[in-house]
Design a protein around this ligand. Sequence first.
Ligand code: SF4
Length: 468
Amino acid sequence: MSFSDMPVDVGPVYEGERIRANQMYVELGGPKIEKHFELVRVKSPKEIKDGQVILHGPDIKDMKEGERYPIGILVEVAGPELEEDLEAVFERRIHEFCNFVNGIMHLNQRYTNWMRISKSAFEKGLNSFDMLGTILIRLYKAELPIIEQAQVTFYTDAKEIEKPYDMALEIYNKRDERARTIHDEDVDMFYGCVLCQSFAPTHACCITPDRTSLCGSINWFDARAAAKVDPKGPIYEVPPGECINELAGEFSGVNEMIKKRSLGEIERIYLYSGMEFPHTSCGCFEAIDFYIPEVNGHGIVDRNYGEVAINGLPFSAMANQTGGGKQMPGFNGVSIQYIASPKYQKYDGGIETIVWMPKAVKDRIGELLPQDLLPKIATEEEVQDINQLKDFLKEKGHPVVETWAELEAMEEEEEEWIEEGAMVPMGTVGMTIPGVGGAGGFKVILKNCKIHAESIIIKKIEPKRRKK
Ligand code: SF4
């Protein structure tokens, strides 16, 4: 496969390339554009024309520098061995293949896709979707030989994208509905995925019926189909092995897998916990499950939520904490679909610990959550800060309120120990960091943890002097 006719290089070496706002020629999709999507469909050979690239809307060369535009990418593929179950897995490769192009940055998936084309790539001549479509078609056919024919359609016009966008949402919903029909105990095989290791080298997803991939785009059926057609590919079988802890979702086979795939960095995973040995997060998660110590509950914030969440942090700040392939108790990347799973963070108390989520997420998955709990979960429409959240939860009788008395008693006891100069036991330590997060600082509660450090160095960061 050659790309010598293209104005920019193409290859895995460019994966992970970042294009900052000041380097971009145009932005496509992303959080500031209402409708955008990417979708792969399996077709019969008669329905598509191999190698064809179609564009509905302005081409790159007709776009205004520095502007944002909608982007819809529809890849249609054909081949005698193709089946519908493979669509989602092929679709996830759009992310990888776009990132192979020097001068294109692609983030996220499905209806959260977000791309940038760099000024330097545009100046070199990457000025048409015809080139990007041709690159995608060549990569699809070369990397996935069971694809014999491929056609790509781009939508960059706000009106033209409407219909295909609705169609894409319908297809995503159908895939999600199907995924909800089986559970972890019904199967004897899980699956792993390392497609995101170019961004987060220690991250590997474990995909089970109850825990769809955190990017939300690959469910258990999709992963099964992918591992069947390409067993040595980035999606592979993970025999669960012995169930070590049913409540936490700890399996010997999953531990072995993560140890091997993270090169020994991560040793254990609790599939159903965001607080203890949580599943690692790359950077593609649809949402973040975050612990709110003041109410002993959890919040959910999704990638589309543009305001600060109830803990005072925007999604982007929490995403920095959560991603990168680390295990970060209290910040866990999840798919929206997983929130509706009966296994949802079961080890931490399950769905009954959820106290806040954006209204858009609540509207989307509300009918799948326990109906008696639903009115007790606050959104940005009811509460704006933690004090209002506390009052709301008390008024609605949210189940977490029952845990507060115990928590308060523990905190009072600890305050007494501190006042009397006694040594604070290892279990729960509260400390206030002055001058951070406002006049009163913030409280860090370390629950049931052991910390060993040879030394702690606290340095004051002096503002950099401006050069004269
Ligand atoms: S988030 Fe997980 S499942 Fe999705 S592409 Fe990345 S590694 Fe694969």
